[in-house]
Design a protein. Sequence first.
Length: 425
Amino acid sequence: MGTLCGPLNREEPKTVASYINTAQNAWNIQLLNHTFDEHIVKEILAIKLWPASTEHKLVWTETVDGQYTVNSAYHFIQKSEATQIVSCPSSSYITPSHLWKQIWKTKTAPKIRIFLWSLSHNAVPTNYNLFRRRITNDPFCILCSTHSPETTEHLFLQCPWTQHIWHHPNVQINVTAYATHCIDAWLTDISQQKGNVPDFETIAALLWQIWKARNHVIFRHHFTHPDQLVESALALTHLHITVQKQQSKQQPKTGKKSPNPNTTWLPPLQGMIKVNIYGAFPIAENLGAISSITRDHTGSLLGGFTKSVPATSALATEIQAFLYTLKDLLQQGKHHSDLIIETDCLILVEVINHERLPLWEDILPSFSNLKVHHCRRSANALADWAAKAHGRGSLSPTWASSPPPPLLDLICNEALLAGCTLFPT
Ligand SMILES: [Zn+2]
């Protein structure tokens, strides 16, 4: 078994064997999904694992019977050269070692670092790259009507759709001010800028989200609004940085990483249901938006709703988030389940636990086992995102049954950061 390329973090798997469940002689799909992009995972899963007791022997992979022939070697070399032409940037630009160091130290998920590494090698399978390898007949971009080949630089920098992302008020990068003829030169330039541009973690998250959004158009026929994409990237970056800071504080003391209940969402115990609620105020004059998100111990989304509510204060909005959640749970017949309602509004928790208000006095006795907990805002990121997205009108009414890509990403990331090993990937 080989060693994985790139100086990954200390706590991350470093060998191929780490990704194999030896007892079952099968790939550890959960860990693969945590580390690699979807299309790489598919390729890895296509590799058949042989029982550990099988005798090892050298085989030549370019012939059917595994025997070396000069003819097959000639074709192999020709094929390799053709691939190299595609995978090298078009210019004579030599990527400085600074960029590789920057990529591997980026505070983000391992799979995003590996994606950046592939991107810098122009090895991401864009339509143009696939066309050059004769895998597809269509080299064009599907995100715009410019009939441009979907090169790496077009997709991630120059496409009119992508330009909306770089011009977003919370990003504001004038990509044309940098070398955009090859992506690694652009990444090198941008990683050395200080002050006026977002940090490298945010840029990594934006590039990753662009790739995912492009794939959603192709494979799910779902078009992501650039504003949604930016929000999702910023939320993910915040989440990763918060978690990593917390982990690095903990590691010297405990020697192992574990999700911090103060800063990250934690799943309920098996058999319990956790509902995160949030009230965004104001979204318009005397109007707030509420959200309620229900998940189980695997981190899977069980349901949820968002709603505009008349309100005159943030607390009034939070109270309505709580009341509508109780009504929703009752309607769904979940009032006899073991329930935790979690909010980042501390006053709301104190009011609920200490004040006997008629608002909920009528409805609370219907619940057999309900607890109301306080959490930090960073542990309530999903409900926060959903309420605000509803407030902007950018959330479809069917989001709970068919979550849009940014929401799906947040759900997956929170589950993985919380260590939900059973989370369906
Ligand atoms: Zn385009």
